[in-house]
Design a protein around this ligand. Structure first.
Ligand code: GLV
Ligand code: MN
Ligand code: MN
Length: 421
């Protein structure tokens, strides 16, 4: 089925806006935008300009989330939340997270001042990737009330705490309780690029996410002995980099032999860091995921045991630290059904799928029914400047979103939820 010329034009505008936001970066020549970094302010002011036309009321909450309230037909209408994140990984693409925010803005514009039985709150989350503080979902955690003292006191590589970063941006951590989800929140919906190859491989533009995979993130420090690279015989070394390297390759083999398991060592650094010095210390991170909690737990434990065995055999010690332990999260079955129906109304067969990537939706799901719509990722590429999205897929996502609004506005299940809200 073809989308209207109007929707295509809006989709083109969505892509132009994503590219425009990509220019707001901490790094010259590549995209990097971490929690409450200066370019985040530029994003806020640009998005606020777009939102002003819709009549939505825009604020920035104490966790740095941009929030825009588009009123419902009645002043006491409950809220439907629509959002994604504005932060990025280093050397990022222009669409991860940002596309979901920009699509949400475009959906408000598409309503052309039509008001629904529910208000729509667009939330552009300040932090989802975990780059600056080594811990993800700061923005969405604030909404579910789990941005606790321990997290507020975490610090970045410059020693700045989350609390100080909030203050430096001109926000007040004492207002954090006011960021919490209201009791009359009906649901949270998130549009996002798939970031993988599945939709493309089956030739479908849109997917309905029914679950988000469990993940564990850890850091390990292999502690060996620094010594002279020229004089220390090979059999007398306690080389931290060599130990870490042996473990990294073992992690890759283990994940390859475990169906559905993905394990990544994405960071490595070593001290003292000189060509002619055997490394005393190697710090590595681990990111390990599976859609089943029952498989992820034992698999991750076995990777940890492997690290200990390698360290012990090489006469090193090992420190380890869990950065994140996130259980698999099911999306709300009613919303998943509704998304599938909206994809069908747009003219396509929906594909139900598990997300291997983490998303704000998995945090919001702790408190409110949540679900996601995936857009096909050309080449399956994400977390890289080559990340892209097709204009026609964005147009289809916009049409799907409008069908979804209408379905939800007319659904008896949502009427029940609205009367309880
Ligand atoms: C988010 O991008 C993730 O790493 O899952
Ligand atoms: Mn990401
Ligand atoms: Mn994302």
């Amino acid at each position: 089925m073809s989308t209207t010329a109007n929707t295509i034009a809006r989709a083109e505008e969505v892509i132009t806006r994503c590219k425009l936001l990509a220019a707001f970066s901490e790094d010259a020549g590549s995209i990097r935008r971490t929690f409450l970094s200066p370019p985040m302010r530029d994003c806020h002011s640009e998005i606020t300009k777009w939102l002003a036309v819709t009549g939505a009321v825009v604020t920035v909450d104490a966790a740095g989330n941009l929030r825009a309230l588009y009123p419902g037909a009645r002043s006491d209408a409950p809220r439907l939340l629509l959002g994604s994140h504005l932060d990025t990984v280093p050397n990022a693409g222009a669409y991860d997270g940002i596309l979901g925010v920009v699509i949400a803005v475009a959906l408000l514009e598409s309503l052309e001042k039509r008001h629904l039985p529910f208000a729509i709150e667009v939330v552009a989350f300040s932090e989802e990737e975990g780059v600056r503080f080594g811990f993800p979902f700061i923005g969405s955690r604030a909404l579910v009330g789990s941005l606790d003292e321990e997290l507020l006191n975490r610090h970045d590589s410059d020693g700045i705490t989350v609390r100080a970063a909030i203050e430096k941006f001109g926000l007040n951590p004492a207002d954090l309780p006011r960021t919490a989800l209201r009791d009359d929140t009906l649901a949270y919906l998130e549009f996002h690029i798939e970031q993988g190859p599945i939709l493309e491989s089956i030739g479908r533009p849109l997917g309905a996410v029914d679950a988000i995979a469990a993940q564990r993130r850890m850091e390990f420090v292999f502690l060996g002995r620094a010594n002279h690279a020229g004089t220390t015989p090979m059999h007398l070394r306690h080389d931290a980099i060599a130990a870490a390297a042996e473990w990294i390759v073992a992690v890759e083999h283990a994940a390859q032999s475990h169906p559905g398991l993905v394990a990544t060592v994405g960071q490595i650094s070593a001290k003292p860091g000189a060509t002619n010095v055997i490394a005393a210390e190697a710090r590595v991170t681990l990111d390990v995921r599976h859609k089943s909690d029952d498989i992820l737990g034992p698999a991750a434990d076995s990777l940890v045991r492997m690290a200990h065995d390698i360290a012990e055999r090489r006469g090193l010690s090992l420190r380890q630290n869990i950065l994140l332990s996130q259980r698999a999260v099911a999306m709300d079955p009613f919303l998943v059904e509704q998304i599938q129906e909206a994809i069908r109304s747009t003219g396509f067969q929906p594909h139900r799928m598990t997300s291997g990537a983490g998303h704000d939706a998995m945090v919001l799901a702790e408190k409110v029914p949540a679900a996601m719509i995936f857009l096909r990722s050309p080449g399956g590429i994400s977390h890289d400047p080559a990340e892209s999205v097709l204009t026609e897929d964005v147009a289809n996502a916009l049409e799907c979103g409008l069908h979804l609004f209408d379905q939800l506005a007319n659904s008896s299940e949502l009427q029940k939820r609205m009367s309880r809200a």
